[in-house]
Ligand binder design. Structure first.
Ligand code: KG4
Ligand code: ZN
Length: 333
């Protein structure tokens, strides 16, 4: 069963083709034009998707299957994401499905970030805990079985990816901030500055990242940019350490609470090298098996959309062609 997947929810224009769980091709064009603005400009993102989507789709088809008629289904992200950006990929996918009379599958972007782990972790079985950490979401999700989710914890303010991106901006570094901070932190002193670790009264599984960001802002204002430049590696290392410690503390509580023995990391921040290192060590000590996707499947990509589409199509899920983009789409919890 061959499924073509399209992802345009934010600033990656991506098309992939899978044959069952084999990825035949996965082309990802990251829109670098947003870098000079320090964040994604929604209108520019939509226009770039329009400019790129057809070229990339043609390249994917020519590179993998030659003939578009070989596909059984067309899958596209319908949310969550930026309205205009979603609209481009979704409309394009519907157009192909309608013209070729193929099945159409609208895919939830959050669900795809979780599902992509099955592409590389062959021994992964339900149930498991998932820590989803991206630019838009920070969630602890108990995944009972296919499409059966229970939300255990979430961020009450900024997503963890935002904490990296906004922190990077405060420090005068580039966008996206996660990979830059990750790299600079590698040679820094982790306890150089005691950034606060937020603990919420509302729920022991919820996260908050607005406090640490404000703490960084005050520190930079107080000490000045010259001090920041001299100590940039140490500041990044201690900022990153505090963020990851908050993620780890609540994740361990959630694992103990549910008694689950598998943890899956998903989303762009799962690419963070210190996060992987800390989680590896801590979970091994607790006898919990850790799974995470390879780097290219952490950040946004269409392979995760095509594969989730395949898993849905094989179970008979299809979507009507009048389905609209859903910027605030939640996981079916
Ligand atoms: O999953 P993703 O590509 O898009 C969303 O669905 O949001 O995640 C993007 C986020 C950005 O905030 C980016 O800074 C972060 O993932 N990120 C990282 C790393 N690589 C990407 N954060 C920390 N360390 C990294 N190595
Ligand atoms: Zn994403």
């Amino acid at each position: 069963m061959i499924v073509l997947g399209i992802e345009t929810s934010c600033d990656e224009t991506s098309v992939a083709i899978v044959d069952k769980n084999n990825v035949l091709i996965n082309i990802v064009a990251s829109q670098i034009l947003h870098r000079e603005y320090g964040g994604v400009v929604p209108e520019f993102a939509s226009r770039e998707h329009i400019r790129l989507i057809e070229v990339i789709a043609r390249d994917a088809i020519n590179g993998a299957i030659k003939d578009i008629n070989r596909v059984d289904g067309i899958a596209a992200t319908y949310g969550p994401g930026l309205m205009g950006a979603l609209l481009v990929g979704l409309s394009f996918a519907k157009g192909i499905a309608c013209t070729l009379n193929k099945s159409f599958i609208a895919v939830n972007h959050i669900e795809a970030h979780i599902m992509v782990n099955f592409l590389s972790c062959y021994d992964l079985k339900y149930p498991f805990m998932c820590l989803l950490v991206s630019g838009g979401h920070t969630m602890l999700i108990y995944v009972e079985e296919f499409r059966k989710y229970k939300l255990i914890g979430r961020s009450v303010d900024d997503a963890v990816g935002e904490a990296f991106d906004k922190g990077s901006r405060i420090l005068g570094l580039g966008y996206p901030g996660g990979p830059i901070i990750d790299k600079l932190a590698a040679s820094g002193i982790k306890d150089f500055y005691p950034f606060p670790r937020a603990k919420l009264k509302s729920s022991e599984f919820d996260f908050s990242f607005s406090g640490i960001k404000t703490s960084l802002l005050y520190l930079v204002k107080k000490k000045g940019m010259n001090w920041v430049k001299t100590n940039i590696n140490h500041i990044c290392a201690s900022y990153q350490e505090a963020i990851i410690e908050m993620l780890l503390t609540n994740t361990i509580k959630a694992i103990e609470f549910t008694g689950v023995d598998k943890l899956v990391l998903a989303g762009g921040v799962a690419a963070n090298s210190r996060l992987r290192e800390m989680f590896n060590t801590e979970l091994k000590n607790r006898g919990v098996k850790l799974y995470y996707p390879p780097l290219e499947y952490c950040t946004d990509n269409a392979a995760m959309i095509a594969y989730t589409g395949y898993e849905m199509l094989k179970r008979g899920y299809t979507s009507p062609l009048n389905i609209s983009p859903f910027p605030n789409l939640k996981l079916g919890i």
